[in-house]
Design a protein. Structure first.
Length: 274
């Protein structure tokens, strides 16, 4: 998706049609469309020919994009869980693993990267009613594997605003919720994690459209991506005007929510009440 998005921007900047781009690599206009949406694999020769057509002659830039094409064709570790994942989610896991900054607003439940094993199991069981115990175990295992991102040497910055509703809505029994609240307090102390709570007392806020995730990447020429999960699919937005609106909404949420220290105090208060 990232490579396809970059190739699309290069093509549009040069005023080249998809038909012309397809002709240059001996392919159809529809294949260029699928490439730009990240829905097909990339042949190195095709990428090199498109870069030539788009006037990219700098060797370092060409090498970076060709390398990205090769990486895009390598199956990630999460593909071994594809039997229990919805079709759109492996793409998100790949983007999440490549991001250096992850910004989130959550309403329904605690974000997957911050869930305890018991809480995650309760969430998965609720969302996969009728699933076998083995499938639930595999979905939980994937969630725990993703959490290693936050502990790695090159861990991304993770900024999250949790609506108080996500903290008060029970998943699992009392002990599960107490464990989850304590885990949030503990993980919020990590240097790469900034956790804030939007309290009920604030009233209406800029997260009125629901949960969303903003992913930013270390390569400066790759655009940010907004991830919006729906019941039967997901949206990935990378147009600057779309991303800007979500960035502004998150900035307002961060400004209007108590800071990390005050949010930890709120979490401690909820823990005492639970």
């Amino acid at each position: 998706m990232l490579l396809g998005s970059h190739l699309r921007r290069l093509r549009e900047t040069r005023g080249i049609t998809r038909e012309a781009a397809g002709y240059s690599i001996r392919a159809s206009e529809s294949k260029i469309s699928r490439m730009e949406l990240g829905r097909v694999s990339f042949k190195t020769r095709d990428v090199e020919d498109l870069l030539t057509l788009y006037g990219i002659v700098d060797e370092a830039e060409r090498a970076s994009l060709v390398s990205l094409a090769k990486e895009a064709n390598v199956a990630g570790w999460w593909h071994s869980y594809s039997d229990v994942l919805p079709s759109w989610f492996p793409t998100y896991v790949g983007l999440e693993g490549a991001a250096h900054l992850i910004r989130v607003f959550e309403v329904q439940f605690v974000h997957g990267l911050l869930q305890t094993e018991d809480y995650a199991r309760a969430v998965v069981r609720r969302g996969m009613r009728g699933a076998s115990a083995a499938d639930v175990d595999r979905r939980v295992a994937l969630r725990l594997e993703r959490q290693k991102y936050l502990l790695a040497d090159n861990a991304p910055e993770f900024h999250i605003v949790l609506d108080e509703a996500a903290l008060r809505r029970p998943y699992g029994d009392r002990e599960v919720m107490r464990g989850q609240l304590q885990h949030l307090i503990d993980v919020s102390e990590r240097p790469n994690v900034r956790l804030q709570v939007m309290p009920f007392s604030f009233g209406g806020h800029s997260g009125e459209s629901g949960s969303f995730t903003l992913l930013s990447f270390p390569e400066s020429d790759l655009s940010d991506v907004v991830y919006l999960e729906q019941l039967t699919s997901a949206l990935y937005l990378d147009k600057r005007e779309d991303v800007t609106q979500y960035e502004n909404a998150l900035k307002e949420l961060q400004q209007d929510s108590p800071g990390p220290s005050e949010s930890r105090d709120l979490l401690r208060g909820l823990l005492q009440l639970s």
